[in-house]
Design a protein around this ligand. Structure first.
Ligand SMILES: [Fe+2]
Ligand SMILES: [Fe+2]
Length: 139
């Protein structure tokens, strides 16, 4: 079994778990709190988004784009994932610049969920296939 690919798959799954359990949960909680109470939620969510972006999203996308995606050259699915990374970044920036408010946060929460589900279903399957085939692609 290819140890490098196994490590890559484990890191991918670990980071997704962190995003689902902490990041997305926090955004969803904040959204429901805002809908119920109508508080000024921006002061709570903007600092969180800064940490989310710097500590998790940016390093995670770099990891996927530099280490995982090149394993599947010319794959339209990977191109689609790259576009979603860009869209997620745009939404974070838009919200932080207070140009969208609640609708932007709702779209961000939805897209983050969709993106992770898609990668968990298809990207992990592609990686597992490489591991099964025992292809030594990592130098
Ligand atoms: Fe991704
Ligand atoms: Fe991901």
């Amino acid at each position: 079994m290819n140890k490098d690919l196994t490590n890559i798959l484990e890191r991918l799954l670990y980071e997704h778990k962190w995003m689902e359990r902490v990041a997305i949960k926090y955004i969803e909680e904040t959204l429901s709190y805002y809908r119920d109470k109508g508080i000024d939620y921006e002061k709570y969510i903007i600092p969180f988004l800064k940490i989310l972006e710097e500590e998790l999203l940016t390093p995670h996308y770099r990891f996927e784009e530099e280490t995982i995606f090149p394993l599947f050259p010319d794959d339209p699915f990977v191109e689609e994932l790259k576009e979603e990374h860009k869209r997620i970044e745009e939404l974070v920036n838009k919200f932080r610049a207070t140009e969208g408010g609640l609708e932007v946060l709702e779209e961000l929460s939805y897209l983050l969920n969709e993106h992770i589900d898609k990668e968990e279903a298809e990207l992990t399957a592609k990686l597992k296939k490489l591991i099964e085939d025992d292809i030594d692609l990592i130098k």
